[in-house]
Write a protein that binds this ligand. Sequence first.
Ligand code: ADP
Length: 498
Amino acid sequence: MSTIYETLGAQSANFIRGTHRLLIGGRWVDAQSGSMFDVFDPGTGEVVARVAEGDAADIDLAVQAARRAFETGDWAKMKPADRTRLMFRLADLLEHHGDELAEIEAVDNGKPLSVARRGIAGTAEMLRYMAGWATKHNGESVNVSVPGEWHAYTTREPVGVVGQIIPWNFPLSMAIWKIAPALATGCTVVLKPAEQTPLNALRLGQIIQEAGIPDGVVNIVTGFGATAGAALAAHHGVDKIAFTGSTETGKRIVQAALGNLKKVSLELGGKSPVFVFPDAKLDLATAGAANAIFFNSGQVCSAGSRLFVHKKVFDQVVEGVVAYGDKLKVGHGLAPDSQIGPLISSQQKKRVESYIRNGVEEGARRIGQNPLRGDGGGYFVPPTVFVDTTSSMSIYREEIFGPVVCAMPFDDADVERIAAEANDTELGLFAGIWTQNLSLAHKLARRIKAGSVSVNAHMVNDPALPFGGYKQSGWGRERGREVLDLYTSIKSVAINLD
Ligand code: ADP
């Protein structure tokens, strides 16, 4: 086991070192099979914890517990304002335990502590935003035109037991993005964290108990995708499945959900364009474009992995992005000066490196070279910029999920052509536009086939802004009022008053 514990605070060290079971019906239990799996520190490649390996049998128990909590007991009877209060308490507790949660995230996922710490603040805000909706997400009265006198209205009812499968890139935020709307609407949850990063979901489970959220409302089953995840997606006792992850796995979720036609929402991959026009504030645009791809080592579904720069400023902007990448301190998440961390796993490192090799073999030119440090067995890949790419190259077409960007010049401001080029992808999650010309920004934003667009910023992470994909980037929207539609069913009631 790792020596990393010495670098950690006592609380996170004790937690990581502890026994990690499944949370089912308010009790911490071993997997039915008794199996455990290893959790690795991506910054060193060492095993840091062993976690219960849940599979179909455990998922079944968790779904039963979630069903009981949904149909009977305190949660089923709870008033919306009381759910709000519990969610506020949970938000406060996340902040209270923020340092510990950030350390766990840095070890589990590899991201720098400072980034993890900001993420905790974001999760608390997401909870508070969603908590407010518990008392406000109403049905409405409806004017009907059929003969007679009527009172007609709609109600919004919680959809029921929700399965939630999350990825490893933002372990705690992804858990909260999923759990918050479920709690606000009165659903109950079976959460399946990514096998690479189960630790903070488990710590969250303890904090959920500390907040006083009733037993069985949130159940947490750690395990692998092909077993625990697939069982959750296929389970007939689950009313809705919410998934964030790769487009490939998203398609499997849809197939698995067919059996009982459960509701499905998907937040999948991206190959998002960033546009820099010559009138943009170039220093901000350059830093924004660099951050769009290097933040979280590019392991972000909305990463700006295709950079379109007007030819008048192409060299300047691309050199700036390269210089930004070269200066970034790549290192272990717990090293105080690290700015970006390792990739999540040795498989992911191999995958990203093979994209980089393919890019070079296919004739793209790689520029810049970050002086990688702190390798020591961790899964590090340097920030990488490619020019001279073509639209047929795999680095241009496919989601790499690493710190690798393709930079392309465009030679006029024909908005139709620029949009058509950017839209030539099966994905459509996000686009970033840098220009002072607001007319142009509006025109381009309208033409881009993506669920979110930011102008003079990269990805505005506000809980009020809906987030999700066009095309193969997903179904439905997370965040904002829109996510509540995914967690509620509308019932129309028509009463004949004659
Ligand atoms: P990656 O390949 O990068 O791990 P995935 O999209 O496969 O990304 O993983 C995201 C989440 O989906 C994880 O929690 C993983 O365990 C889960 N998962 C993977 N395969 C399946 C599957 N066949 N059914 C359900 N969940 C799955």
